[in-house]
Ligand binder design. Structure first.
Ligand code: TXA
Ligand code: MG
Length: 317
């Protein structure tokens, strides 16, 4: 198990020595290393058992440092950064040579974001390099939203876990690229499409499940618990799964059935933001219990509800 603590100086020293540190962000915990050090970045891929064709997001402390790592920033990207950074939106931008090819899996574009979390912000400010950080979970599994989640799965592979409490958005960042100035959303996430469109007008959403995606975060099966997860009408699914030990993950309503062994309601008030924050913790809790199957339902498809449905669809694939 790794040490969990709030010592930013210790995290800094470890990262400077090429080690791995898990860091909190407003979305999920990241497994961080010096993005400019290929030996350190390699450790991320090894620890997560992540394929080398799946590129990493680079985290910067502020907009001012962007120019060191990216060039030809589209005007709409700049507008969005000024509005939403620090925050849950990642930009795919032309990379400068200083970013190793390992980080981008050989692609010309690098994913960059400025996370909105006080302790990680102070760490990034102290460092002379940006942090490459994917979500701190084994490849394909549910992302961590608490330090304990990281410790349970990667505790023997990470040198320190910086404790920032529970992530308050709880779902990974929205990823935006640009094609001839047109914003293209490659992953729906912690910043809603509606909020982005308010700033830059129409966007293209290309984040549906694909068997052969541009970004592995778009893989049909991803963000998945180990137990089978069925998505649909819960009443109907209860009938179809009679006799099994059932776990239910519902949005707002509590279901009554003798077969339900464990039930988690994401938001009794029907708030998609609350549901997003609880989603990954709830999936982990159900996955770790003695049930055999998880029954769940889609949430309203607006705001962060869209990202929740995306993750549920992938988790059930
Ligand atoms: O909220 C987040 O984005 C979290 C926190 C830690 O910042 N990070 C995260 O990283 O979710 P990860 O690696 O689990 O997911 C990043 C996704 C992957 O699907 C990857 O394929 C895609 O972003 N990606 C990263 N760089 C890319 C690039 N240059 N081109 C296309 N896709 C990229
Ligand atoms: Mg991930």
């Amino acid at each position: 198990m790794a040490e969990i603590g709030k010592d930013v100086g210790k995290a800094k020293a470890l990262l400077e020595a090429g080690k791995l540190v898990a860091v909190p962000t407003e979305t999920v915990y990241g497994l961080a290393a010096n993005a400019l050090d290929t030996a350190a970045v390699t450790k991320i891929f090894v620890a997560k058992k992540r394929p080398y064709f799946d590129p990493l997001i680079v985290h910067v402390p502020d907009l001012a440092s962007l120019d060191k790592y990216a060039k030809e920033v589209p005007s709409k990207a700049l507008l969005l950064m000024k509005e939403f950074w620090p925050g849950p939106i990642t930009f795919l931008l032309s990379k400068r040579n200083i970013i190793p090819d390992l980080v981008t899996s050989g692609l010309d574009r690098v994913g960059i974001r400025c996370p909105n979390h006080e302790i990680t912000h102070s760490l990034l400010k102290l460092l002379s390099f940006p942090l490459a950080a994917p979500s701190a979970n084994p490849f394909g599994y549910v992302s961590p939203t608490k330090p304990e989640h990281v410790n349970e799965q990667l505790g023997d592979k990470v040198d320190y876990i910086l404790d920032g409490g529970i992530c308050n958005i709880g779902i990974e960042s929205t990823i935006v690229g640009f094609e001839n100035e047109m914003p293209v959303i490659h992953r729906v996430g912690g910043l809603s499409v509606e909020k982005i469109e308010l700033i830059v007008g129409d966007v293209l959403v290309r984040s549906q499940s694909m068997p052969n995606p541009e970004a592995p975060g778009q893989l049909q099966s991803h963000y998945a618990p180990r137990k089978p997860l069925l998505i649909g009408n819960i009443e109907q699914l209860l009938l179809e799964n009679k006799g099994k030990r059932i776990g239910v993950l519902s949005f707002q309503k509590k279901y009554a059935s003798d077969f339900i062994e464990k039930q988690i309601v994401l938001s009794p008030d029907g708030d998609v933001n609350v549901a997003a924050q609880k989603l990954f913790s709830a999936l982990r809790e159900l996955d770790g219990s003695s049930i055999e199957v998880i029954l769940t339902e889609r949430v309203p498809d607006f705001g962060l509800g869209r990202a929740i449905n995306d993750r549920l669809n992938r988790a059930s694939a």
